[in-house]
Design a protein. Structure first.
Length: 517
């Protein structure tokens, strides 16, 4: 019976769920933990996570991770959303998390966040055959999802999170009428644009998820029945009831809001913009009733993991090249992150091909680089801590028919230096190589380090690289969304490239236009 802990580092709060996966691939939640840390307070004005918020968030994460490990949870899947995704120092925060906990956090794109929320909702209630509109109001963003019982049809991420709106529009509390009017106009414009982009124009039902929608529901049920909501999942509230609570919040001082029965004190300054977004979206979508789901991204991550585990990682069929076939067999046996590893390999080869006049290496070395990229993360099978060293061990101790012993040593060394320390003679496996092979390891590891950094989020944000070999080397990144994290990671990994080729590296960005015909 497998155990899985899921850590959700949100803009408003940090959640953890502890799940047990059954042999039939169902699951049950054994425990939940939540702390409203307000990690994103001020972030959307400055584009930086405040130092105090990072310290607070780091302490909560350390506590939750320690708790999970003490309960025997070795597998912890962690994601971060819009505040970390958009902050220029988001990479520094994740580096601190890794240093303090050994945890590797994935920063999910808005589209991936929408997909995971859809999975969580779809498995928490019976969706109809006709399209529904799912809405998740977070601290930094609002995810809108069109879907039905079969599939997610379309997802969008809107910059309408409650903390973001408070920071950008409500400059005092209680807010002035002018502030509220400006906020309302911004919400209406963003939602109208989003609904216009949806291919589906009519929805049979509207579903709300997240702590914001849940807290509104708790207030409404107390007003309606004088009793707490008996079950949040599948509870329904009307647009009129939401408008009434919004009116209370508009007119109340902070002290008066705190006296509203059911209101979470930590949402006293953010529930108003959240209510405005929900009410506006319901009105523009022509919906009078909102159904609540108590499942969202965390449960979606669990279902996603189950689906991947259930299907397994199958070896690619009938690969004619025996060398490549055995590299992939090893990767699959070690449960490698397939999409990430293949994408890093693609970027590494692009870098190799465009730096040919610098490294002066040939097809054999190109192949070594690609294989090292495919295998660079297999050390996670043993332990995320020091996984680059575990990767070296797994490669050298595996039967890789078709590759000579010297080639296996080269691939293992290249993969070993994809992160952390640079190649040094005090490292015995590196010292054992010939002088010529040491230079090759340095050159190829330099390229792999940058390629791995360029997929730091593991969502293939950087689709293609184009180099101009000047001083510095200019690397133009063709991207599908904001690449702040990728640029931060690639810059931190460019040290070996700069040392080996004696040139600085500069990263530029332009939108990805698709593959050339």
């Amino acid at each position: 019976m497998s155990k899985l802990a899921v850590l959700d580092i949100g803009t408003n709060s940090i959640h953890m769920v502890l799940a047990e996966l059954d042999p039939d691939f169902s699951y049950k939640i054994l425990d939940r933990y939540k702390d409203i840390t307000r990690l994103g307070d001020g972030t959307f004005k400055t584009h930086r996570l405040p130092d105090a918020s990072m310290r607070r968030g780091l302490e909560v994460i350390k506590t939750q991770v320690t708790l999970a490990r003490n309960k025997g949870y070795k597998r912890i899947k962690a994601v971060a959303t819009s505040a970390v995704r958009e902050a220029k120092n988001g990479g520094e925060f994740l580096k601190a998390v890794s240093r303090e906990t050994g945890l590797t956090v994935r920063v999910v794109t808005g589209q991936e966040e929408a997909r995971l929320i859809y999975l969580g909702v779809r498995h928490s209630m019976e969706l109809p055959a006709d399209p529904v509109l799912i809405m998740d109001v977070g601290g930094g963003s609002v995810e809108l999802i069109a879907g039905n019982r079969e599939t997610m049809l379309q997802g969008q991420s809107l910059k309408l999170g409650a903390i973001r709106l408070k920071d950008l529009h409500l400059h005092r509390d209680p807010p002035s009428e002018a502030m509220l009017e400006g906020l309302q106009q911004a919400i209406e414009a963003e939602i109208a644009s989003a609904l216009q982009r949806f291919k589906v124009k009519e929805f049979s039902q509207m579903i709300g998820t997240s702590g914001m929608a849940g807290n509104l529901t708790e207030i409404i049920y107390l007003r309606r029945t004088d009793k707490p909501v008996p079950q949040l999942n599948l509870a329904t509230v009307s647009r009129k009831e939401i408008e009434e609570v919004e009116g209370l919040l508009r007119e109340a001082s902070v002290k008066e809001r705190l006296a509203i029965p059911g209101l979470d004190p930590k949402r006293a300054d953010t529930l108003l913009p959240a209510a405005m977004v929900i009410r506006t979206l319901m009105k523009q979508a022509g919906q009078d009733t909102l159904t609540i789901s108590d499942k969202a991204i965390r449960e979606g991550i669990i279902y996603d993991f189950i689906q991947r585990h259930q299907e397994g990682i199958r070896a690619e069929q009938e690969i004619p090249n025996v060398r490549r076939r055995n590299i992939l067999y090893l990767a699959q046996r070690c449960q490698y992150p397939q999409v990430h590893s293949h994408h890093v390999a693609k970027l590494a080869v692009q870098l190799f091909d465009q730096t040919a006049t610098l490294h002066k290496l040939g097809e054999r070395e190109r192949e070594w680089l690609e294989y090292a990229a495919l295998l660079h993360d297999i050390g996670y099978l043993i332990n995320p801590q020091q996984h680059h060293k575990h990767t070296y061990y797994l490669i050298t101790q595996s039967n890789l028919d078709g590759l000579a012993a010297e080639e296996i040593d080269m691939i293992a060394n290249i993969a070993r230096y994809h992160r952390r320390a640079l190649p040094e003679l005090k490292h015995k496996p590196y010292e054992a190589l010939s002088l010529k092979n040491r230079r090759i390891v340095q050159k190829l590891s330099a390229l792999l380090r940058i390629a791995d950094g360029l997929d730091r989020s593991q969502f293939s944000v950087v689709q293609r690289v184009k180099l101009k070999l000047g001083q510095p080397v200019r690397v133009t990144l063709e991207t599908t969304s904001a690449p702040e994290l990728e640029i931060w990671a690639a810059k931190s990994r460019a040290d070996l490239f700069e040392r080996v080729f004696r040139r600085g590296v500069e990263f530029l960005v332009r939108p990805y236009q698709g593959e050339s015909p």
